[in-house]
Design a protein around this ligand. Structure first.
Ligand code: UDP
Length: 255
């Protein structure tokens, strides 16, 4: 079989041309980067786990009416997506102080915020994803004001829903990053949720112990990195115990 044409290779994912026009195949790698790729590594089995976790969350969000680019999971490491034009803005939602917010404002990590806060960052590796405001986004036409309204509405719904979903499995959703894209369909264009939702782009703390169950274990060299991803997948029930064993025995499992 001819190899599919690669469209793009990112830090954690590879995109290939899909089987039909308007679709792409996303392959989840085990590669992990942090601090704008200054720190590089591999998290065994991460691709398989993020593929499952993101599939589950995208399906749940679609069920409550959040439009997404997700079509279906194809295999252990790949999912079929609708092709979208990515809006070059990272939308970060924060419920609890952590990471760059703690550093920027000198606040203690773990402080609950009086309300959820949305921040925007310009997707540009060369510039280190600088923080921006809605003013920059609309002035430079990265997104239209009506698209921003849609993005804010969707983001708040996603946050409310995910906070509840994670609370149900004993996890506090500290913060996370979303990306949105424009979907062109039948002469119409609409904003949909894109990218992935996984422990790579969420901070997830155990409700009882505050143990970190996300990429901060890799960023901060906390150890038990793959175990954190497995734990999230296990609590979400997107992986069975025998599959966890198989992952341990064949960590570089691909298909
Ligand atoms: N995040 C992300 N990609 C980025 C930057 C941040 O997925 O390029 C996520 C990160 O995992 C966290 C949230 O966005 O859940 C807020 O990250 P923060 O601004 O604190 O930056 P960091 O500490 O990752 O530098």
């Amino acid at each position: 079989m001819a190899r599919r044409r690669q469209i793009y290779e990112g830090k954690a994912k590879v995109l290939f041309e899909g089987p039909e026009p308007g679709t792409v195949v996303c392959y989840f790698k085990d590669d992990a980067t942090a601090f704008n790729a200054k720190k590089k590594g591999t998290i065994e089995g991460k691709g398989v786990l993020n593929n499952r976790i993101s599939e589950y969350l995208m399906i749940k969000l679609a069920e409550i009416g959040v439009p997404t680019h997700f079509v279906r999971r194809l295999n252990m490491r790949e999912q079929l997506l609708k092709e979208v034009e990515i809006i070059p803005v990272e939308v970060v939602v924060r419920n609890v102080v952590a990471g760059s917010l703690a550093q920027r404002l000198g606040m203690a990590e773990g402080t609950a915020l009086p309300r959820s806060i949305i921040e925007y960052f310009y997707k540009n590796d060369e510039l280190n994803d600088p923080m921006i405001t809605e003013e920059h986004i609309t002035a430079f036409n990265w997104a239209h004001p009506h698209e921003m309204d849609e993005i804010v509405q969707l983001t708040l719904r996603v946050n409310d829903f995910l906070c509840g979903l994670f609370l149900g499995i004993g996890i506090r959703l500290i913060d996370f990053k979303l990306e949105f894209g424009r979907l062109y369909e039948n002469d119409q264009v609409r904003v949909v949720l894109a990218d992935e939702i996984s422990p790579d782009n969420c901070r997830l703390w155990d409700i009882e112990t505050n143990e970190k169950l996300d990429k901060d274990r890799f960023r901060r060299d906390l150890g038990n990195v793959p175990e954190a991803y497995v734990e999230v997948a296990r609590r979400l029930k997107v992986i069975r115990d025998n599959e966890i064993e198989a992952l341990k025995n064949r960590p570089r499992l691909v298909e």
